[in-house]
Ligand binder design. Structure first.
Ligand SMILES: Cc1cc2nc3c(=O)[nH]c(=O)nc-3n(C[C@H](O)[C@H](O)[C@H](O)COP(=O)(O)OP(=O)(O)OC[C@H]3O[C@@H](n4cnc5c(N)ncnc54)[C@H](O)[C@@H]3O)c2cc1C
Length: 349
């Protein structure tokens, strides 16, 4: 057990993972510094920020949704208060019912008590989803970095692994010595020499926004992609998934994929306004990566938030902070120890 006041922690990364774990350590009265590069592209800076309790493909509930949603609401509400900004809101969300089989599955699920909390009735070919919403991730990132800066907790320049060494169980950097360094470097973790033995399976995501002449929908509609009304006849189509193209650049292929879902519903003229791309820190078994480095106990990781950072970061940042500060055991499915064999193999080879 640490004497919290004395614990000096450096967090590398200021995306959802870095922000969430920083908040947990600050609440525990640790001495927290965040090292990031605010000019670098990030997953959080581009994220659409939706939270959706339902997985549409087989109509299952999202993993651990009953635990994750309450933690998510309380976490973002307290950040809204702290930063004096509005970040989160519910959405009126509906999924297109594409076939009779899917209609049947939807009604079956809806009749089950655990699902009926989240799955609403079908009306005019669309099934409504309850308790979905949106968090403004890009606003959160810029505002939180500003908060860190004004509290002298921010180092804003590229972090270089050459600068890192160890002495008496501490992490030594030019800026000072730290009891703990937590890597929250998102998709850049594949270049992290301490944690690149973990099986990442990065996925590029893209979205576009369109301008139409007339209003189309007030609800967020899901038809392969999400069609999100942004006001003044602007719609965001989000998002594509590619495991092949991983260059952070917008591509025509993704644009076509996004437009297909839109054009199936709306035969209207439009102009393309914006097209953005980023990588998601997705991992092979779709569970987050939490834990200390197997050899250097003063290094830890919080990563693997994949396409669900909004729902996962609040709950699992608390889980990891309790583990690092109090020794509370990690859930085996999120503990990086599940990939320990890979670490040992990487040392041999
Ligand atoms: C198009 C798209 C749409 C998405 N939509 C949603 C959505 O609707 N809902 C949802 O929940 N999730 C969504 N996501 C996923 C979400 O963005 C991620 O789960 C989440 O943002 C990951 O956060 P992170 O902190 O792990 O990574 P990042 O946000 O990428 O943060 C990594 C941080 O590490 C810093 N860093 C890395 N290396 C260094 C270095 N050497 N020096 C200094 N700093 C460094 C970076 O600058 C950055 O600040 C979407 C992603 C994409 C790409």
């Amino acid at each position: 057990m640490y004497n919290f006041g004395a614990v000096k922690i450096i967090i590398i990364g200021s995306g959802l993972a870095g922000i969430a774990i920083a908040e947990r350590f600050i609440a525990a009265h640790c001495d927290v510094t965040v090292w990031t590069n605010t000019t670098q592209a990030s997953s959080t800076g581009i994220a659409t920020g939706m939270y959706n309790p339902v997985v549409f493909r087989r109509l299952n509930l999202s993993w651990m949704v009953e635990d994750l949603l309450p933690e998510m609401h309380s976490f973002f509400s307290s950040l809204e208060e702290k930063l004096a900004i509005s970040l989160k809101g519910p959405i009126d969300f509906a999924r297109r019912i594409p076939s009779d089989d899917y209609h049947h599955l939807w009604e079956t699920r809806r009749s089950e008590p655990s699902y009926s909390t989240f799955i609403g009735p079908i009306l005019n070919g669309y099934g409504s989803v309850k308790h979905a919403g949106m968090v403004d991730c890009s606003l959160l990132k810029t505002q939180y970095e500003q908060y860190l800066l004004s509290n002298h907790r921010l180092i804003d320049r590229p972090f270089s692994f050459d600068e890192l060494s160890f002495k008496d169980g501490q992490v030594c950097l030019a800026e000072g010595d730290y009891d703990l360094a937590v890597f929250c470097d998102g998709p850049y973790a594949v270049q992290n020499p301490y944690f690149n033995w973990l099986p990442f399976n990065l996925c590029q995501g893209e979205w576009i926004t369109l301008q139409t002449d007339a209003p189309l929908t007030k609800r967020v509609l899901n038809n392969k992609v999400n069609i999100i009304p942004m006001g003044e006849n602007r719609y965001k189509l989000s998002s594509s998934y590619s495991w092949k193209t991983l260059d952070w650049q917008p591509h025509d292929e993704a644009k076509e994929e996004l437009l297909k879902g839109f054009e199936e519903l709306f035969d209207v003229p439009y102009t393309l306004v914006e097209h953005r791309a980023a990588l998601r820190p997705t991992v092979s078994d779709r569970r987050p990566y939490l834990g200390r480095h197997p050899e250097y106990a003063s290094l830890a990781i919080f990563n693997g938030l994949g396409s669900k950072g909004v729902m996962l970061a609040p709950y699992f940042s608390q889980h990891l902070a309790s583990h690092l500060l109090d020794g509370t055991p990690l859930l085996p499915e999120v503990d990086i120890k599940r990939h320990l064999k890979r670490f040992h193999r990487s040392k041999e080879g």
